[in-house]
Unconditional design. Sequence first.
Length: 664
Amino acid sequence: MPVPLEVKERYEKLKAEIEEHNFRYYVLANPIISDEEYDKLFKELLELERMYPELKTPDSPSQRIGGVVLDEFRKVTHSVPMLSLDNTYNEEEFLGFHERVLRNLNSTQVDYMCELKIDGVSVALRYTNGILTQGITRGDGITGEEITENIKTIASIPLRLRKEIDIEVRGEVFMPVREFARINAEREKNGLQVFANPRNATAGTLKLLDSREVAKRKLDSFIYYVIFPENYNLKTQEEALIFLKELGFKTNPHSKKQENATGVIEYWKEWTKRRRELEYDVDGIVVKVNEFELQRTLGETVRSPRWAIALKFPSEQKETKLIKVRFQVGSTGIITPVAEFLPVHLEGTTVKRASLHNFEYIKERDIREGDYVIVEKAGGIIPQVIGPVVEKRTGSEKEIVTPEKCPVCGGKVGKIKSDEVAIRCLNPSCPEKLVRVLENFVSRDAMNIQGLGEKLLKRMVDAGLLKDIADIYYLDEKKLRSLGKGIGDKTIKNLLTQIEQSKNRELDRLINGLGIPNVGAKTSKDLAKHFKTLENLMNATFDELLEVEGIGVDTAQAILNFFSQDEVKKIIQKLKDAGVNFGYQEKEKGGPLSGQVICQTGVLSRMTRQEFAEYVESKGGTFTENLTKKTNILVVGENPGSKLEKARQYGITIMTEEEFFEKY
Ligand code: IVH
C-alpha cells in the first residue's frame, strides 16, 4: 500500500517536532511540553512506522530507543588522526607550554580558548546532508570502530543538523555522575563487576553490541571540534564552538577565551574549586590556541598538537589505614566485602568505609587488612579504595580470605552464574538475606514504611514474625507486643498506622519493593506506567516486556524468572489478600508543594537529585535544575554551589535538607 500523502506529511512533521522537543529538553534543558505530551507524540510516530515501515529514515527519533544487535563493530579509518593531548599539572609546566607557543609564533601575545576537560570517551561524528551517518570511537587514533547505532541513542546528539551540510565533528561522550552511581548500585546488587569511574562506564557502554542496552544508560555529550573548519569559514575555536551550537550540538557552557597565561591559570584555579558543582566528571582544562591559522603554524607531533595542552586538576586522593574488612550479605545473598578505614576528609565529607565490590577486586589490587591504602571518590561521590601503599607494609598485614561459608548463617557459598564475579550465600532461608529483602521493601523508594528500621526487622525475623515481605501486613498488636522490650503502645500504634497507609502506595513502589533482580526505582516506574497493574506485569511475555522503553533482554529475562517462582506467586497473593494496591494511579495534583518551584544545590544525604525531583513532584511541586527568579525554595545539601549565592541575591527562601524534609 503506498503511503498516503497526508500520512507522509504528518510523519515528517512529527519527526521534526519530536527532535525539537528533544533538543529543548536535552541540549537546552528548557522543555516546553510535559513528558506525557512528548510520550504521546512518540507513540504516534512509532505507530506510523509500524503501519508504514517504508517511512522510516535514519534520522527518525525512534532510532534513539535502540534495538539493533550487532555481532561486532566495523573498523573505520579516521579522516584525520585523532590525536591526544600532552598533560601539564601545575602553573610552571603550563607556562613552559605558553612560552614555547609564543616562541614558535614569534609573538608576545596569543588568545587561548579554555575549555573543561570532560572525562569521557572521545568520538567522531559524520554528517552527510545534515544527517548523522556515522559515529566512530577513537580506537588507536588512526582507526576506530563504527558505533553509529549506539551513538544514536544519546539524546543530546542531533540525528539531523540545523543546516544540510556535510561535516565531521568530534567531542566527548560521558556518563553523568548520578547515572554512574545508579548503574553501579544496580550492578553491585546484581553481582556484576562495577565500573571504576564514569569514564570506564561510558567506554563499557559504548562497546555494548545491543543498542537497546545503551539507550538504558543515559549518556550525554559535549562537542568541541570541527574537522576542516576552513570549509565553513571558521577562523577561531571560539567561532567553531558557536557554529557547533548553531548546528544543534550540545557545547559546554563554561568555555572561556583568555588573552594571557594569567587568565588561563585563573580559569584553572576557579574550576579546580568548582568542579564538583558539575553533574559530570572533569579532570582538568584544555587550553587551545584560539586562531586556526596560528594552530596550523604551530602544527603537531605524531602524538599531539603543539597548539593545545591539558592542564589537569590536582587529584583528590588520600592515604589512610585500612582497619578491617567486613562481609555484608545482600538481599540476593551476594557477599560484599566492605573496607573500614581511619576516617579521612575527602572532597567535603568525612569517609570511613568503602565497598570493595567483590573478591576479585581485592585480589587484583592485593589489598590486605592493616594496609595503608589510597582512597578517592569516584565521580566525586562514591568512596573507593584504589590500592595499597606497598612500601609501607610491615609484614603484619593480613590477607583477605574469600569466605567459604556465609558469615551470617554459616550456609554454603558459591556462584550461581559462570559470568558472575560475586559470591553468594546459597541458603534460601538465610536470615540476613531476608532482612535485606525486607529493608528494600520498606525503604523510602519502595513502600516507604517509616519506623521499620534494620534493627527492628532483624528482631522480627529472629522472632519468627516475618518470613517474607507480605508478613508485614499480617503483623498485629499481639505479635508486635511479643517482641518485648522497647516496643511500647506508641511504637505499636505508629507502626500499624504506617503499615496500613503503605497499602495505598503507587504501583511502581510496590514493584521496586519486590526486589526483582535488575529492576530498580527507574525501571519500576517504566513498568508501572506501561502495564498499569501488577497482574498485567506478572502475565507479560518476553516480547511484551521488551516493548517497554529501556527494558533489554537481561531485565526482561530477570522479570520472567522472578514471577515464575512459586514462592513469589504465594507472596503476591498474600499481599493482595491483605489489600495492597496493585493498580496504577496517575499522579495526583495538589499536595503540600502545589504551585511551588523547588531547586536544589549541593549533595543531599538522603536521596539523589533525580529522586529528590520525584519527591518534589509527588508532593505537587515543580523541580527545576536551574535557579531563576521564579524559584520559591532552594534546598541546600552538602557542598553547595553558586546557586546559593544567587538565591541570596534574589531573596529566595533557603532551606537546609533537614528543614525541608521536616516541613514537607
Ligand atoms: S581537544 C587534538 N577538548 O581529552 C586535540 N579534548 O587527553 C583533541 N577531551 O582525546 C582534543 N575534553 O577525549 C579536547 N574540551 C576538550 C576535551 C578533550 C575532553 C579529551 C579527548 C582527548 C583527550 C586528550
